[in-house]
Design a binder for this molecule. Sequence first.
Ligand SMILES: NC(=O)c1ccc[n+]([C@@H]2O[C@H](COP(=O)([O-])OP(=O)(O)OC[C@H]3O[C@@H](n4cnc5c(N)ncnc54)[C@H](O)[C@@H]3O)[C@@H](O)[C@H]2O)c1
Ligand SMILES: O=c1ccn([C@@H]2O[C@H](COP(=O)(O)OP(=O)(O)O[C@H]3O[C@H](CO)[C@@H](O)[C@H](O)[C@H]3O)[C@@H](O)[C@H]2O)c(=O)[nH]1
Length: 442
Amino acid sequence: MKLTVVGTGYVGLVTGACLAEVGNDVLCLDLDAAKIATLEAGGIPIYEPGLEEMVQRNVAAGRLSFTTQVERAVAFGDVQFIAVGTPPDEDGSADLRHVLAAAKNIGQHMTGFKLVVDKSTVPVGTADKVRETIAQTLRERGAAHEFAVASNPEFLKEGAAVEDFMRPDRIVIGTDSERATQILRELYAPFQRNHERLVLMDIRSAELTKYAANAMLATRISFMNEMANLAEVLGADIEQVRKGIGADPRIGYHFLYAGCGYGGSCFPKDVRALRHTAQEGGVPLRVLEAVDTANAAQKQVLVSKVVARLGEDLAGKRFAMWGLAFKPGTDDMREAPSTEVLQALWARGASVVAHDPSAMAEARRIHGERPDLTLVDDPMKALDGVDALLVLTEWKVFRSPNFEAMKAAMRQPLVFDGRNLFDPAKMRGLGFEYFPIGRGGV
Ligand SMILES: NC(=O)c1ccc[n+]([C@@H]2O[C@H](COP(=O)([O-])OP(=O)(O)OC[C@H]3O[C@@H](n4cnc5c(N)ncnc54)[C@H](O)[C@@H]3O)[C@@H](O)[C@H]2O)c1
Ligand SMILES: O=c1ccn([C@@H]2O[C@H](COP(=O)(O)OP(=O)(O)O[C@H]3O[C@H](CO)[C@@H](O)[C@H](O)[C@H]3O)[C@@H](O)[C@H]2O)c(=O)[nH]1
């Protein structure tokens, strides 16, 4: 099939590359000329395991190409995927400017049937707006072409995006058009594996499914974080509790880890956008309100522990930070807990020496050159003479460090671990003062 993907961010680029991988001809459009230039030069603008090779392979095979030319992109694909950003507006609602601009471009340049597929995360009712925008643009041109609009929300996780797209748990498709259903069935046939992954539904339900999934997962994390805070005070261990409750298949072991708060480009934004939608609809979402509040508090948990141990005034103190990305496997720092912890430490006069396997360039872009932030290329180098180590991201490379060398490098063996990487008994046995999350019983 001939496909156009509008937007070459995490979702658009992965969608384009994976759909080319199974034999489609894909043209990716982005208005960001620098991104397209990078892609055309054989590079990729983001870090995502397996993506660069997949892009290069499909470009070489002639199945994947890139453009900034809207007219060419609209002409190319019978299916037009909209995968542009839907950032939060000031009131927390999803900003649909880019989605509707993409829709308008399609209406402006289409000369025959197009299936327009919303892949961006968009509030319920957006497909109607996309439809209306295209219809209106066609009317203004005096043109009459058939088109269909479908919702196909994306569930990939950063750091595992290619794997998630190639081997999806489910493919949600919302349509009210038989023609659209047929096209998308055929397009997604190679991703079915051994049983049907397509979940077909009406458009509004598909749009809500995306938000409901992220809201449920965010709720689970905030719940575990609050249990962890309670466990600490009660002298219980959240890791034991996690295993105990996860054994119930109705709960399950996945996505049950307490930590220093959830971040990323999706959970915080989508929880707020859904709350906004509910407010407009006059429906209280009390649970989700608490999920958001609990997460904001959890992002400060490490700082509270530092202050309780070292005092409010941290002037002249030096901290090592392991991990800047919002989670391992990505260079993305959007809403990362590290940013809030850095700001809180700086506000108290401390300086930080940080290492992250992927996100250091991003940290430099966000925080700029400043005397109270040093970025080093080796986690052990961050420890020289520091008053404490803070762990913000559970990268694999941090899991089995040389503990003796760590102790020798630090001014004092003090570790605040926001991701529960280490065994508390072992740490204490080695002579560390160790502050994990929710492990009061060990
Ligand atoms: N990042 C994720 O893990 C993830 C997963 C599932 C769903 N989503 C959702 O998918 C959508 C895209 O997210 P992302 O992380 O890929 O965003 P992103 O910001 O990384 O990329 C969006 C891209 O769209 C481009 N763009 C904007 N307007 C355009 C237009 N009119 N024409 C062409 N290109 C345009 C931008 O230049 C940018 O490169 C969002 O709604 C997001 O919530 C994201
Ligand atoms: O047990 C857990 C699991 C995750 N997290 C945190 O939760 C955040 C989000 O993690 P994750 O879901 O792995 O990352 P995302 O790439 O943001 O993916 C989420 O958001 C995407 C965008 O909507 C969806 O497509 C995915 O299905 C959904 O998992 C991160 O800060 C994690 O540290 C925890 O604290 N504990």
